[in-house]
Design a protein. Structure first.
Length: 285
């Protein structure tokens, strides 16, 4: 009986139409995790810059948007050249850059060792993460009145705003990177006779270094955002100060010029950090 049932099943299956053959999809620009050609990448990069710039030119030239709200590229270039020729742009760029280097640099010096401690030892995570996790939700601008009371109206309060705005996020991001070190690498190191300090110095830190640099890249952009807030506090120079001063007199061409300068500086910093990461993190690539 079982044989007859098997034969009947085979006969029924023989009448089924064959399944359609699925061909492998050809790679396209939107194929998941598939590299694109250099030509396509170059074209998309050019378009990402050309399309917004063209829209800016068209809107400003057509008069659809008043010049008070959207100055033309030529007016922005002229305003930037005038500030550069007078010397105030160089002073503002150096003043703002120095504040970012001091405030964010101090944040990196504190957050990286603390993040390594939290990511490597559960005791460090239990001791510091609850407090840092709470403080990261407090906006840095809310500390301005307190910082003025504690540190006065000078440079220390501005540096402190930058520090508070970036140190907590960089700490937690560094800790997450360190936790990503494979446990097998640590176990093998102990098996080969390495001590705790050697494992930390020769395994954990080198493996985490590319990710730590990526965290610094992300938070460096945040530092440039906070510096504008910091320069609202009794400043006499700086790119943020120049934006606020231009806003008082409706000099939108100067505001755009300063924004372009900030964007260019940010891109240069990001490219520099990418090059550093590519050089020191080849083993983790």
């Amino acid at each position: 009986m079982k044989t007859a049932l098997a034969d009947r099943t085979s006969d029924v299956r023989a009448t089924w139409p064959p399944l359609p053959r699925r061909t492998r999809p050809r790679p396209t620009l939107l194929t998941i995790r598939t590299p694109i050609s250099r030509r396509a990448a170059t074209t998309l990069t050019v378009l990402s810059l050309a399309v917004p710039f063209t829209a800016w030119v068209v809107l400003s030239a057509s008069g659809a948007v008043p010049a008070t709200f959207l100055p033309s590229p030529g007016a922005v270039l002229s305003a930037g050249w005038e500030m550069a020729r007078s010397g105030e742009l160089a002073v503002d760029v150096w003043t703002t850059t120095r504040r970012v280097l001091e405030g964010f640099g101090l944040a990196v010096l504190v957050s990286v060792p603390l993040g390594i401690l939290m990511g490597t030892f559960h005791a460090g995570q239990a001791a510091f993460e609850p407090l840092i996790g709470l403080l990261r939700y407090l906006p840095a601008s809310a500390f301005i009145p307190l910082l003025i009371i504690w540190l006065g109206l000078g440079e220390p309060s501005k540096i402190a705003i930058l520090f508070i705005g970036t140190v907590f996020f960089n700490t937690l991001m560094t800790a997450d990177v360190v936790r990503g070190v494979p446990r097998s690498l640590i176990d093998v190191s102990y098996t080969l006779g390495a001590r705790r300090g050697e494992v930390l110095r020769k395994v954990v830190v080198p493996h985490s270094l590319p990710g730590i640099i990526d965290a610094v890249r992300v938070n460096a952009a945040a530092a440039w955002n906070f510096v504008v807030v910091a320069e609202l506090v009794n400043s006499t120079a700086g790119l943020g100060y120049r934006v606020v001063r231009a806003q008082r007199f409706l000099q939108t061409d100067k505001i755009f010029a300063v924004l372009v300068v900030i964007g260019v500086i940010g891109v240069m910093i990001d490219v520099a950090l990418r090059l550093v990461r590519a050089r020191v993190g080849r083993w983790a690539g």
